[in-house]
Design a protein around this ligand. Structure first.
Ligand SMILES: [Zn+2]
Length: 348
């Protein structure tokens, strides 16, 4: 191994590596053990999706129950991440920290207090609309609408709970209004600059700068469709990172690879799903998400080596790999249960 490759290997091993979004089949029989691939690739933390706007609440809840049970059943591999300290402990113990995310507000059933309930169940990140408009906010592949009055209440509930307010998949105007509310950091958990790939799912410079101004982080997406390389090769991911760091600096960039683990024969499609509604043909989609290539977790070490090769300082690379998101979790995530990791004076 060359000195350079060895330096990259050591940095990757030392760094907290944070993948802000990954998908498993949304089926309670899905095996969380597949996340060993993330673990083997040096990930410290991964946010696992438990539902999108098209998934009925019974599906979301049974998946969440199953994934929580599987985390508890494998303490030798997993840490159920409730706080930033849990992620740091996973790093020290050589385990993979896992928390959950929601893509869309429909599982909240129009009730802002559902945010705290999901928080108590391990959900640490939510965006309010998945590609299409709903009663709460606009989606990126729909008419550009403002945040609704209910949406404003839900944004307040997300910040109050200490959950990451995410604006991936969200419409342009709604996302800017969420960030303009000024209630705390807002993230793009998995999105790329529209300047490198013109797709309404990618973020404009205005959105990117607004996100950074909240103290938030833009996590680069590994989906080929949203990169300059449909095969999702590592150089295209590095190009997206370079573009962002040059504009908003190394403190506001992270990774949200968006890898989708194979279905392994599980059918997780909600009954009557209208694929063209959620992934419109007029936006260049085929039948759903088939044929779209996504970067694999195994590319995480290549990202570290590539960033060093492009001349970014080790300290900046460590921030991009996960230091920025860990710092944000320290600032935003609150202890879920009194006494669990609470501020002085809390008692159970
Ligand atoms: Zn997504």
């Amino acid at each position: 191994m060359s000195d350079f490759a060895e330096r990259a290997r050591q940095l990757h091993g030392r760094a907290v590596v944070w993948d802000a979004h990954a998908c498993l089949p949304l089926h309670p029989d899905a095996d969380l053990g597949v996340l060993r691939r993330h673990h083997a690739a040096g990930a410290t933390f991964v946010s696992v999706n438990v539902g999108m706007d098209m998934n009925p609440l019974p599906q979301v809840l049974t998946v969440l129950a199953s994934f929580r049970a599987q985390l508890r059943a494998r303490p030798e591999l997993f840490v159920a991440a409730e706080t930033a300290a849990d992620v740091e402990r996973a790093k020290v113990e050589g385990k993979l920290a896992v928390a959950f995310d929601l893509e869309g507000a429909l599982p909240l059933c129009g009730r802002p207090e559902m945010v705290q309930l999901f928080y108590d169940l391990g959900v640490r990140q939510i965006h309010l609309a998945y590609n299409r408009n709903n009663e709460v906010a606009g989606g990126c592949y729909d008419e550009d609408v403002p945040l609704s009055p209910l949406g404003r209440k839900i944004v307040r509930a997300v910040h109050a709970a200490g959950m990451f307010m995410d604006v991936s998949h969200t419409g342009h105007r709604s996302s800017l209004e969420i960030m303009a509310m000024g209630l705390g950091p807002v993230i793009f958990s998995h999105a790329n600059p529209r300047a490198i790939k013109d797709d309404r799912r990618n973020a404009t410079l205005e959105q990117i700068e607004a996100c950074a101004a909240t103290g938030g982080v833009v996590c680069v997406n590994g989906v080929g469709r949203f990169l300059t390389d449909p095969k999702a090769g590592t150089p295209a991911i590095l190009d997206a990172i370079d573009w962002l760091v040059e504009r908003i600096g190394p403190d506001h960039v992270g990774l949200g690879i968006d890898y989708s683990y194979p279905a392994n024969g599980l059918d997780d499609e909600p009954p009557g799903l209208d694929r063209d509604h959620w992934w419109p043909r007029r936006e260049g989609y085929g039948a759903g998400l088939g044929g779209i290539r996504i970067a694999a977790p195994e590319q995480l070490p290549e990202i570290t080596e590539g960033l060093l090769a492009r001349g970014w300082p080790e300290a900046d690379v460590a921030k991009i790999l996960g230091g920025n998101m860990l710092a944000l979790a320290r600032r935003v995530w609150k202890p879920s249960r009194p006494g669990a990791d609470g501020p002085p004076g809390w008692s159970g």
